[in-house]
Ligand binder design. Structure first.
Ligand SMILES: NC(=O)c1ccc[n+]([C@@H]2O[C@H](COP(=O)([O-])OP(=O)(O)OC[C@H]3O[C@@H](n4cnc5c(N)ncnc54)[C@H](O)[C@@H]3O)[C@@H](O)[C@H]2O)c1
Ligand SMILES: [Zn+2]
Length: 349
């Protein structure tokens, strides 16, 4: 059955609708309100699958294409999108509809936040990762050559519309990446969700998505601008960003997050914060769903070097999100280099 989640936000709340088949009647979705001029931002992979039929359905919509891939999440792409928005005659009453994975959502969202000082934004995420993570919480932005997500804004969407049926065309590797973030949410707050992640192909998809999204909604509602607990959403990510960087992005983000979750749990155990059973459970779950749990050929010292340049490590100060148990995250500062290196060396085997 369709699910609706209301999100409270300082700039105005919005609703997330999760409904199989939603894309086929987006024209009468009251929350999205797409009766006026709409520019659908998407990429050449998604356009033939879902973009064209959506454009035909809406009364006044055109398509603006950006290239597919993280390397196009740039200011250059945003600049081109502005040109398309002008050409489409989009004024302040118009809507940008982001149809795609997190790359489209972040880039189109940033264009919508800044074009004419902000126009309506409807997020229609099509990857599992974008559904459970990127489309929720109002962060939009692009990468710079110097690093990921270095330019951005907070821009709450006017609506988030999720049609789980589009996941049927999502490649398995991308599905697993989304699952890694859903497992992260489970570890932060919801044991039942962890069970659902283990059997994700068998569970009710609307129910599964709703639970995974709710964890992020609860956190961003309490801390919309990342002054405090929103940082918990970075569980596993200090390790993950280092793995992505050192592997020159051959590892996908979700794969790196999976190993990051193992590393964070191992570090928690090494510091006496959690039981060994948590460690075993996390590794077993990730293995079961086909996500990596070891760093393979990557070198622990090189990884540590990359971690210390993480923008979340204020002034090179080590800072980790760790776990006392499921639903019990905490931030730990000043972890000794030797402790971290020991954990990374364990992850070689
Ligand atoms: N704003 C946030 O809060 C937030 C949170 C997490 C991640 N992100 C960002 O999200 C991005 C990653 O998102 P992603 O994992 O969705 O990557 P992505 O957008 O690159 O999508 C992955 C691939 O799957 C394809 N795809 C998407 N949906 C599909 C479908 N239904 N059928 C077939 N192919 C499909 C895409 O075209 C792409 O090739 C990163 O840039 C990351 O920084 C943002
Ligand atoms: Zn992530």
């Amino acid at each position: 059955m369709a699910k609706h989640i209301t999100v409270e936000a300082p700039e105005g709340g919005y609703e997330i609708t999760i409904e199989r088949g939603l894309l086929a009647h987006m024209n009468d979705c009251p929350k999205a309100n797409l009766s006026g001029r709409t520019v659908i931002v998407t990429n050449p992979t998604i356009q033939p699958l879902y973009g064209e039929s959506l454009a035909r359905l809406l009364p006044d919509a055109t398509i603006a294409l950006m290239k597919d891939g993280e390397q196009y999440k740039t200011l250059n792409t945003v600049g081109k999108l502005y040109g398309e928005l002008v050409a489409a005659g989009l004024d302040r009453s118009g809507t940008v509809l982001a149809l795609g994975g997190g790359v489209v959502g972040d880039t189109a969202g940033f264009a919508a936040a800044t074009y004419m000082r902000g126009v309506r934004l409807v997020q229609v995420p099509t990857s599992l990762l974008a559904m459970v993570d990127a489309s929720v919480g109002g962060k939009v932005g692009v990468d710079l050559p110097q690093g990921k997500n270095l330019v951005g804004a907070f821009k709450q969407p006017d609506a988030v519309c999720i049609d789980p049926d589009v996941l049927q065309t999502l490649p398995e590797r991308e599905w697993n990446c989304g699952l890694a973030e859903a497992i992260k949410h489970g570890l932060l707050a919801d044991t039942v969700l962890l069970g659902m992640c283990a059997r994700s192909h068998e569970v009710d998809i609307e129910e599964f998505l709703a639970r995974a999204i709710q964890v992020k909604v609860d956190i961003v509602e309490r801390d919309p601008y990342e002054k405090g607990e929103r940082a918990f959403l970075n569980l596993g990510h200090t390790f993950a960003h280092a793995i992505e960087q050192v592997s020159e992005y051959r590892w996908l983000h979700g794969e790196a997050v999976a190993v990051g979750l193992v590393a964070a749990t191992r570090l928690s155990y090494a510091l006496g914060l959690c039981d060994e059973s948590l460690l075993n459970d996390v590794e077993k779950l990730l293995e079961q769903v086909g996500l990596p749990t070891r760093i393979g050929k990557l070198d622990p010292k090189t990884l540590y070097g990359a971690m210390s340049t993480d923008k979340k490590w204020r002034g090179g100060h080590p800072r980790f999100v760790l776990l006392r148990g499921v639903g019990k995250p905490l931030i730990v500062e000043d972890v000794r280099r030797a402790e971290v290196l020991t954990v990374l060396k364990e992850l070689k085997s």
